[in-house]
Design a binder for this molecule. Sequence first.
Ligand code: UDP
Ligand code: MG
Length: 317
Amino acid sequence: MKKPILAITIPCYNEELCIENTVNSLFEVLDDLIKKDKIDLSSFIYLVDDGSTDKTWEIISKLHNKHARVRGLKFIRNYGNQKAHIAGLLGVRKLCCDCVVSIDADLQQDQWAIEKFIDKFMQGYDIVSGIRNSRDTDTFWKKTTAICFYKTMNLLGVKIPMNHSDFRLVSKKALDILAQYPEKEIFLRGFFNEVGLKSSIVNFDVKPREQGESKFNYMTLFALALNGITSFSIMPLRIIAAVGFLMALFAVGLGLEVIYEKVILDSTPNGWATLVILLAFFGGLQLFCMGIIGEYVGQVFKEVKARPRYIIETELI
Ligand code: UDP
Ligand code: MG
């Protein structure tokens, strides 16, 4: 089998402090793999500037002018990390590569694990997901909420591997399938899991971020989690229907009970507290259920407008 052309894609949002070091470190990885005869000489790095407001794009352009194997594109504004990942994947697909690895600009993921990804690819795997050995670099809250998210996803039938971020290798075949998906809001971890290609995992160690700060806050992480759930599972809607049915049964029972007390026992119950509690409980439950349905309606709303996924300002290839 011929040596594969490897593309490495990196989403970058205000990463002026790390980007140059990251590219240099990835050059070392590429050179090492070329020396070991594992990848083709024309392998390259593809940086996606997700509408940065600092000098990120200037640095990317400078690197591109200096090194032919640095390519990239710039979004017109910030679209968020998932869109940047998608643009990277679809961008390198056009440039002809055999496989692509996505990695973060802060290089928190161990870039030397890329060799193991390539080995798996050569064994015939189309999707290789990087799994963190631990979450020690995360705060307690991030760790807890992440665990809850993965557990919920698995319960809802979306079997994404625990502790997998977007550090993964995918083959050209997987990219061709991705390109056929018209939906705008793709949650990549869910997508590559359900696509049905041969997949494997590689374990790696997470390093603390050295420069700059995390671009995610709890709101953006919550939005990502909701997006992940609502774009891959309709289980919450089914749960709502089931809960609604049980509540209706309960209401029938309660009604019979009240009629019995009124007609047979002729006791006028002073159930004020019960009433208030039930009212508040059902009011809350209804609002919560409407919120979940609203999330799905929101997804439909976003998709039905069929707006472009993102707008590219410039591309350097
Ligand atoms: N990122 C992006 N757009 C955003 C937010 C983040 O492209 O709106 C990129 C960021 O530059 C980095 C990756 O996504 O390459 C992961 O972000 P970060 O390291 O801040 O997240 P954390 O590791 O804290 O989860
Ligand atoms: Mg990071």
